[in-house]
Design a protein around this ligand. Structure first.
Ligand SMILES: Nc1ncnc2c1ncn2[C@@H]1O[C@H](COP(=O)(O)OP(=O)(O)OP(=O)(O)O)[C@@H](O)[C@H]1O
Length: 228
Protein backbone atom coordinates (compact mmCIF):
# COMPACT_ATOMS: atom_id res chain seq x y z
CA UNK A 1 0.00 0.00 0.00
CA UNK A 2 3.03 2.24 0.65
CA UNK A 3 6.69 1.45 0.19
CA UNK A 4 9.92 3.25 1.02
CA UNK A 5 12.87 2.21 -1.16
CA UNK A 6 16.33 3.14 0.05
CA UNK A 7 15.10 6.44 1.46
CA UNK A 8 17.64 8.87 2.91
CA UNK A 9 17.12 12.34 4.24
CA UNK A 10 19.68 14.92 5.31
CA UNK A 11 19.40 18.38 6.76
CA UNK A 12 22.01 21.12 6.48
CA UNK A 13 23.24 21.81 10.00
CA UNK A 14 25.26 24.60 11.50
CA UNK A 15 26.67 22.13 14.05
CA UNK A 16 30.24 21.24 13.19
CA UNK A 17 29.79 17.79 14.68
CA UNK A 18 27.91 16.61 11.57
CA UNK A 19 29.66 15.55 8.29
CA UNK A 20 30.57 18.74 6.44
CA UNK A 21 27.60 20.47 8.06
CA UNK A 22 25.15 17.80 6.86
CA UNK A 23 23.02 15.87 9.34
CA UNK A 24 22.06 12.47 7.90
CA UNK A 25 18.76 11.76 9.63
CA UNK A 26 17.60 8.74 7.57
CA UNK A 27 20.06 6.50 5.84
CA UNK A 28 18.86 3.95 3.27
CA UNK A 29 15.53 3.00 4.85
CA UNK A 30 13.43 0.43 2.96
CA UNK A 31 10.19 -1.21 4.03
CA UNK A 32 6.67 -1.99 2.86
CA UNK A 33 3.50 -1.05 4.66
CA UNK A 34 0.75 -3.59 4.07
CA UNK A 35 -2.96 -2.93 3.87
CA UNK A 36 -4.80 -3.19 7.22
CA UNK A 37 -1.68 -3.68 9.32
CA UNK A 38 -0.68 -1.63 12.35
CA UNK A 39 3.02 -0.93 12.14
CA UNK A 40 4.80 0.41 15.23
CA UNK A 41 7.96 2.52 14.99
CA UNK A 42 10.18 2.65 18.06
CA UNK A 43 13.56 4.13 18.80
CA UNK A 44 15.33 6.65 20.97
CA UNK A 45 14.72 10.42 20.80
CA UNK A 46 15.94 12.08 17.63
CA UNK A 47 16.61 8.92 15.57
CA UNK A 48 14.26 9.92 12.73
CA UNK A 49 10.83 8.45 13.57
CA UNK A 50 8.83 11.64 13.02
CA UNK A 51 10.87 12.38 9.91
CA UNK A 52 9.84 8.97 8.54
CA UNK A 53 6.17 9.71 9.19
CA UNK A 54 6.49 13.09 7.48
CA UNK A 55 7.99 11.41 4.43
CA UNK A 56 5.16 8.86 4.39
CA UNK A 57 2.62 11.70 4.61
CA UNK A 58 4.29 13.51 1.69
CA UNK A 59 5.12 16.54 3.87
CA UNK A 60 8.88 16.00 3.38
CA UNK A 61 10.57 14.74 0.23
CA UNK A 62 13.52 12.37 0.72
CA UNK A 63 16.98 13.56 -0.30
CA UNK A 64 17.35 10.26 -2.19
CA UNK A 65 15.32 7.10 -2.62
CA UNK A 66 11.70 6.56 -3.58
CA UNK A 67 8.32 6.55 -1.86
CA UNK A 68 5.73 4.49 -3.70
CA UNK A 69 2.02 4.86 -2.94
CA UNK A 70 -1.10 3.88 -4.76
CA UNK A 71 -2.47 7.08 -6.35
CA UNK A 72 -5.80 6.74 -4.57
CA UNK A 73 -4.28 6.48 -1.10
CA UNK A 74 -4.63 9.42 1.30
CA UNK A 75 -2.40 9.46 4.36
CA UNK A 76 -3.02 11.65 7.35
CA UNK A 77 -0.41 12.55 9.92
CA UNK A 78 -1.77 12.98 13.40
CA UNK A 79 0.58 15.13 15.32
CA UNK A 80 -0.11 17.85 17.78
CA UNK A 81 -0.44 21.39 16.48
CA UNK A 82 0.50 20.52 12.92
CA UNK A 83 -1.80 21.52 10.12
CA UNK A 84 -4.18 23.75 12.05
CA UNK A 85 -5.04 27.23 10.75
CA UNK A 86 -4.84 29.13 14.00
CA UNK A 87 -7.19 31.97 13.04
CA UNK A 88 -9.97 29.62 12.01
CA UNK A 89 -12.27 27.97 14.51
CA UNK A 90 -12.35 24.26 15.30
CA UNK A 91 -15.29 23.64 12.97
CA UNK A 92 -13.61 25.22 9.93
CA UNK A 93 -10.32 23.50 10.72
CA UNK A 94 -12.11 20.16 10.91
CA UNK A 95 -13.86 20.90 7.59
CA UNK A 96 -10.59 21.85 5.89
CA UNK A 97 -8.70 18.85 7.29
CA UNK A 98 -11.43 16.46 6.24
CA UNK A 99 -11.35 17.86 2.71
CA UNK A 100 -7.55 17.74 2.59
CA UNK A 101 -7.82 14.11 3.62
CA UNK A 102 -9.92 13.42 0.54
CA UNK A 103 -13.54 13.97 1.64
CA UNK A 104 -15.87 15.94 -0.64
CA UNK A 105 -17.33 19.12 0.86
CA UNK A 106 -20.70 17.51 1.53
CA UNK A 107 -19.05 14.44 3.11
CA UNK A 108 -16.85 16.72 5.23
CA UNK A 109 -19.85 18.78 6.36
CA UNK A 110 -21.54 15.54 7.35
CA UNK A 111 -18.68 14.63 9.72
CA UNK A 112 -18.68 17.89 11.70
CA UNK A 113 -21.26 17.18 14.38
CA UNK A 114 -19.71 13.79 15.07
CA UNK A 115 -16.28 15.44 15.37
CA UNK A 116 -17.68 18.07 17.75
CA UNK A 117 -19.34 15.43 19.91
CA UNK A 118 -16.40 12.98 20.06
CA UNK A 119 -13.81 15.70 20.74
CA UNK A 120 -16.00 17.08 23.56
CA UNK A 121 -14.84 20.58 22.67
CA UNK A 122 -18.34 22.00 23.25
CA UNK A 123 -18.61 25.74 22.52
CA UNK A 124 -14.83 25.91 21.97
CA UNK A 125 -15.45 24.13 18.64
CA UNK A 126 -16.67 27.52 17.40
CA UNK A 127 -13.65 29.43 18.81
CA UNK A 128 -10.36 30.13 16.97
CA UNK A 129 -7.82 27.33 17.38
CA UNK A 130 -5.22 29.88 18.56
CA UNK A 131 -7.16 29.98 21.85
CA UNK A 132 -6.83 26.16 22.31
CA UNK A 133 -4.56 24.38 24.77
CA UNK A 134 -2.25 21.63 23.47
CA UNK A 135 -4.70 19.00 24.72
CA UNK A 136 -7.62 20.69 22.92
CA UNK A 137 -5.63 20.83 19.65
CA UNK A 138 -4.82 17.18 20.00
CA UNK A 139 -8.50 16.33 20.58
CA UNK A 140 -9.45 18.23 17.44
CA UNK A 141 -6.65 16.72 15.32
CA UNK A 142 -7.14 13.19 16.58
CA UNK A 143 -10.91 13.23 16.21
CA UNK A 144 -10.86 14.79 12.74
CA UNK A 145 -8.46 12.23 11.34
CA UNK A 146 -10.20 9.41 13.15
CA UNK A 147 -13.66 10.24 11.89
CA UNK A 148 -12.80 11.19 8.32
CA UNK A 149 -11.62 7.73 7.35
CA UNK A 150 -8.17 8.18 5.85
CA UNK A 151 -6.48 5.22 4.15
CA UNK A 152 -3.35 5.40 6.29
CA UNK A 153 -3.44 6.86 9.76
CA UNK A 154 0.04 8.07 10.78
CA UNK A 155 0.00 8.55 14.54
CA UNK A 156 2.88 10.39 16.18
CA UNK A 157 2.78 10.05 19.95
CA UNK A 158 -0.66 11.58 19.98
CA UNK A 159 -2.10 9.11 22.44
CA UNK A 160 0.33 10.26 25.11
CA UNK A 161 -1.23 13.71 25.42
CA UNK A 162 -4.62 14.84 26.57
CA UNK A 163 -6.16 14.10 29.94
CA UNK A 164 -6.54 10.55 31.16
CA UNK A 165 -10.21 10.32 30.30
CA UNK A 166 -9.82 11.45 26.69
CA UNK A 167 -6.70 9.33 26.26
CA UNK A 168 -8.65 6.24 27.28
CA UNK A 169 -11.47 7.11 24.90
CA UNK A 170 -8.97 7.83 22.08
CA UNK A 171 -7.15 4.54 22.72
CA UNK A 172 -10.44 2.67 22.66
CA UNK A 173 -11.42 4.33 19.37
CA UNK A 174 -7.99 3.59 17.90
CA UNK A 175 -8.31 -0.06 18.89
CA UNK A 176 -11.69 -0.26 17.18
CA UNK A 177 -10.28 1.26 14.00
CA UNK A 178 -7.24 -0.99 14.14
CA UNK A 179 -9.34 -4.10 14.52
CA UNK A 180 -11.39 -2.99 11.50
CA UNK A 181 -9.83 -2.38 8.09
CA UNK A 182 -7.55 0.55 8.84
CA UNK A 183 -3.85 0.81 8.03
CA UNK A 184 -1.98 2.52 10.86
CA UNK A 185 1.62 3.57 11.48
CA UNK A 186 2.16 4.30 15.10
CA UNK A 187 5.14 6.04 16.71
CA UNK A 188 5.23 5.65 20.46
CA UNK A 189 7.60 5.56 23.39
CA UNK A 190 5.12 3.39 25.28
CA UNK A 191 6.22 -0.21 24.79
CA UNK A 192 2.98 -1.41 26.38
CA UNK A 193 0.91 0.53 23.83
CA UNK A 194 3.04 -0.74 20.94
CA UNK A 195 2.76 -4.33 22.13
CA UNK A 196 -0.97 -4.05 22.52
CA UNK A 197 -1.78 -2.25 19.26
CA UNK A 198 0.82 -3.28 16.67
CA UNK A 199 1.12 -6.29 14.36
CA UNK A 200 4.71 -5.51 13.43
CA UNK A 201 7.42 -3.22 14.76
CA UNK A 202 10.35 -1.35 13.18
CA UNK A 203 13.17 -0.32 15.48
CA UNK A 204 14.98 2.73 14.12
CA UNK A 205 18.45 3.54 15.31
CA UNK A 206 20.67 6.30 13.94
CA UNK A 207 18.54 6.65 10.81
CA UNK A 208 18.58 2.94 9.91
CA UNK A 209 16.23 0.02 10.54
CA UNK A 210 18.01 -1.93 13.23
CA UNK A 211 15.39 -4.69 13.54
CA UNK A 212 11.88 -5.43 12.36
CA UNK A 213 9.26 -8.06 12.94
CA UNK A 214 7.19 -9.46 15.75
CA UNK A 215 6.45 -6.76 18.39
CA UNK A 216 7.60 -8.84 21.41
CA UNK A 217 10.93 -9.83 19.81
CA UNK A 218 11.71 -6.43 18.34
CA UNK A 219 10.86 -4.59 21.56
CA UNK A 220 13.00 -7.06 23.52
CA UNK A 221 15.98 -6.30 21.26
CA UNK A 222 15.36 -2.56 21.58
CA UNK A 223 15.11 -2.80 25.39
CA UNK A 224 18.28 -4.89 25.56
CA UNK A 225 20.19 -2.24 23.57
CA UNK A 226 19.28 0.38 26.15
CA UNK A 227 20.85 -1.61 28.98
CA UNK A 228 24.23 -1.68 27.27
N1 LIG B 1 13.65 20.71 9.87
C1 LIG B 1 14.75 20.20 10.41
N2 LIG B 1 15.97 20.77 10.23
C2 LIG B 1 17.09 20.24 10.78
N3 LIG B 1 17.11 19.10 11.52
C3 LIG B 1 15.94 18.50 11.74
C4 LIG B 1 14.70 19.00 11.20
N4 LIG B 1 13.70 18.13 11.58
C5 LIG B 1 14.29 17.16 12.31
N5 LIG B 1 15.63 17.38 12.41
C6 LIG B 1 16.60 16.52 13.12
O1 LIG B 1 16.40 15.21 12.68
C7 LIG B 1 16.61 14.29 13.75
C8 LIG B 1 15.45 13.33 13.81
O2 LIG B 1 14.30 14.03 14.23
P1 LIG B 1 12.90 13.28 14.43
O3 LIG B 1 11.92 14.32 14.90
O4 LIG B 1 12.56 12.52 13.21
O5 LIG B 1 13.25 12.28 15.60
P2 LIG B 1 12.32 11.30 16.45
O6 LIG B 1 12.91 9.96 16.33
O7 LIG B 1 10.90 11.45 16.03
O8 LIG B 1 12.53 11.85 17.92
P3 LIG B 1 11.56 11.89 19.22
O9 LIG B 1 11.47 10.50 19.76
O10 LIG B 1 12.32 12.78 20.14
O11 LIG B 1 10.24 12.48 18.80
C9 LIG B 1 16.81 15.13 15.00
O12 LIG B 1 18.18 15.15 15.32
C10 LIG B 1 16.33 16.50 14.61
O13 LIG B 1 17.07 17.49 15.27
Amino acid sequence: MLELQDVSLSFRSSKGSFDDGVHHVLDGVSFKLYENETLGIVGRNGVGKTTMLRIMAGILAPTSGTVITRPDVAASLLTIGLGHRLDLNGRDNALLSAMLQGASKSEALGYLEEIKAFSELGDSFEEPVKTYSAGMKSRLGFTTALLTHVDILLVDEILSVGDAEFRQKAEQAMKQRISGNQTVVFVSHSNAQVKELCDRVLWIDKGKIRAEGDPEDTLAQYRASMKK
